[in-house]
Ligand binder design. Structure first.
Ligand code: Y39
Ligand code: FE
Ligand code: FE
Ligand code: FE
Length: 231
């Protein structure tokens, strides 16, 4: 039966409409966690001084994936993994291209800043409207995502001056993709009671804070975090 919450309207987690949207959003999250696992393993090879820590982060991503797979099963939903792979294809390609060129700064911006902030925004917006099983899982996961973001912030802060130009370039290349991705899932997210405007706002807050922690000025943050944002 749908759970009635004091803070949110009744959501029927078992309706066909909900489950159809969930088959795509759940798949995106599962695919995202899988790719995050792969990305941290690749980063561990590039940043050998942080190898152990990065392998630990990769393992956390793998646990997240299992958790979200359980959320789909709990609702009797089959995740649409083909949709999810297409959803991430461009960002995935950009990470692979950067890794091949040894561009560790670009790889960190894509995974540890952009994707982690996307996850933090999505999970924080999802928690209050999730079914009770998924809520518990997501609450545990989102804490980990802050620690992944923190890894990227710390490294980039320590190497800020020589990373700055590459960060700005990588931001230009990849941030517009995030806005496109958000638009692609806005309708399904709304079916899950997650509003696009709230997702954009939470992403901007997390990403802007990250850029500030790394060492960017307020003006630079304004320009960078809205880059490619339209509609
Ligand atoms: O670091 C991580 O664990 C990130 C892979 C996970 C990204 C999940 C992306 C969520 C987007 C969901 C969009 C819902 C509207
Ligand atoms: Fe029920
Ligand atoms: Fe994760
Ligand atoms: Fe993560």
């Amino acid at each position: 039966m749908p759970q009635l919450e004091a803070s949110s309207p009744a959501i029927d987690f078992h309706s066909d409409v909900y489950k159809d949207a969930y088959s795509r959003i759940n798949a995106i999250v599962i695919e995202g966690e899988q790719e995050a696992n792969d990305n941290y393993i690749q980063l561990a090879e590039m940043l050998t001084e942080s190898k152990e820590e990065l392998i630990r982060l990769a393992k956390m991503e793998n646990r997240h994936k299992k958790g979200f797979e359980a959320c789909g099963k709990n609702l009797n939903v089959m995740p649409d993994m083909e949709f999810a792979q297409k959803f991430f294809a461009k960002l995935h390609q950009n990470f692979q291209d950067a890794a091949k060129e040894g561009k560790v700064v670009t790889c960190l911006l894509i995974q540890s800043l952009i994707i982690e902030c996307f996850a933090i925004a999505a999970y924080n917006i999802y928690i209050p409207v999730a079914d009770p099983f998924a809520r518990k899982i997501t609450e545990g996961v989102v804490k980990d995502e802050y620690s992944h973001l923190n890894f990227g912030e710390k490294w980039l802060k320590a190497h800020f001056e020589k990373s700055k130009a590459e960060l700005e370039q990588a931001n230009k290349q990849n941030l517009p993709l995030v806005w496109k991705m958000l638009n692609e899932v806005a309708k399904d997210a709304r079916t899950l009671a997650m509003e696009k405007e709230a997702l954009v706002e939470d992403f901007m807050i997390a990403y802007g804070e990250a850029l500030s922690n790394i060492g960017f000025s307020t003006g630079e943050i304004m320009r960078m975090s809205a880059y490619g944002l339209t509609g």
